[in-house]
Design a protein around this ligand. Structure first.
Ligand code: FES
Length: 94
């Protein structure tokens, strides 16, 4: 995880602002996007955990995401909802 991202996440949480999406070197590969700066968890790790059948709590325990400032909670929740919608396109993602 970039050092600046680790320092930035708690400050943004303290200011009650959403954490910006931080891209890595590969801007066109969303799997490489760091979705939780506190833990350095990438979007692809979240998707891999989801495909293993893990829920948000298990993903948090496995990756460390959602266990720091909490600034990634909305982004990870939305991402998991989109993965659920993709997995079951006939059902609403609520
Ligand atoms: S960004 Fe702080 S816990 Fe995920």
């Amino acid at each position: 995880m970039p050092a600046a991202a680790a320092e930035l996440a708690p400050l943004q949480y303290a200011l009650n602002k959403p954490t910006p999406k931080i891209q890595t070197m590969s801007h066109d590969n969303l799997d490489d996007e760091i979705i939780c700066p506190c833990s350095g968890t990438r979007r692809g790790q979240i998707r891999a955990c989801f495909l293993q059948g893990l829920d948000a709590d298990a993903i948090s325990r496995k990756t460390g995401a959602l266990s720091g400032c909490g600034g990634c909670e909305w982004d990870i929740g939305e991402y998991l909802r989109s993965l659920v919608a993709e997995a079951a396109p006939d059902k609403p993602a609520h």
